[in-house]
Design a protein around this ligand. Structure first.
Ligand code: SF4
Ligand code: SF4
Length: 95
């Protein structure tokens, strides 16, 4: 430990933390094939999942504008839709 109370290894630790953060971000960006299951009898057509999906995978289907998968190939498996649906309608399952 240095005279100012700091840890001499903090620079190394900071680099390691930065690398770990980079790895986590890369992990999120990696394409993760999933099936998206939407329980449409529970869907109240709020549109939250559609608006917040970063890849525009989901769309509102007439006449009731319930959420449905429009472009599964674009899905990264990030899980945002599953986490943000207020009615727990969406689940991601390994494909
Ligand atoms: S998992 Fe992510 S990319 Fe896939 S539909 Fe949900 S929010 Fe969109
Ligand atoms: S967030 Fe849930 S309730 Fe809202 S549109 Fe999407 S699936 Fe339906």
């Amino acid at each position: 430990m240095s005279r100012d109370g700091g840890d001499r290894t903090s620079g190394t630790a900071t680099s390691a933390n930065a690398a770990a953060t980079t790895l986590r971000r890369e992990h999120v960006a990696v394409h993760a094939p999933v099936d998206i299951v939407i329980e449409d009898q529970w869907c109240k057509s709020c549109g939250i999942c559609i608006d917040l999906c970063p890849k525009k995978v989901l769309a509102a289907v007439p006449p009731f504008l319930k959420a449905a998968v429009a472009d599964l190939a674009a899905c990264t498996g990030c899980g945002l839709c599953q986490m943000l649906c207020p009615d727990w309608c969406i689940s991601l399952e390994p494909s």
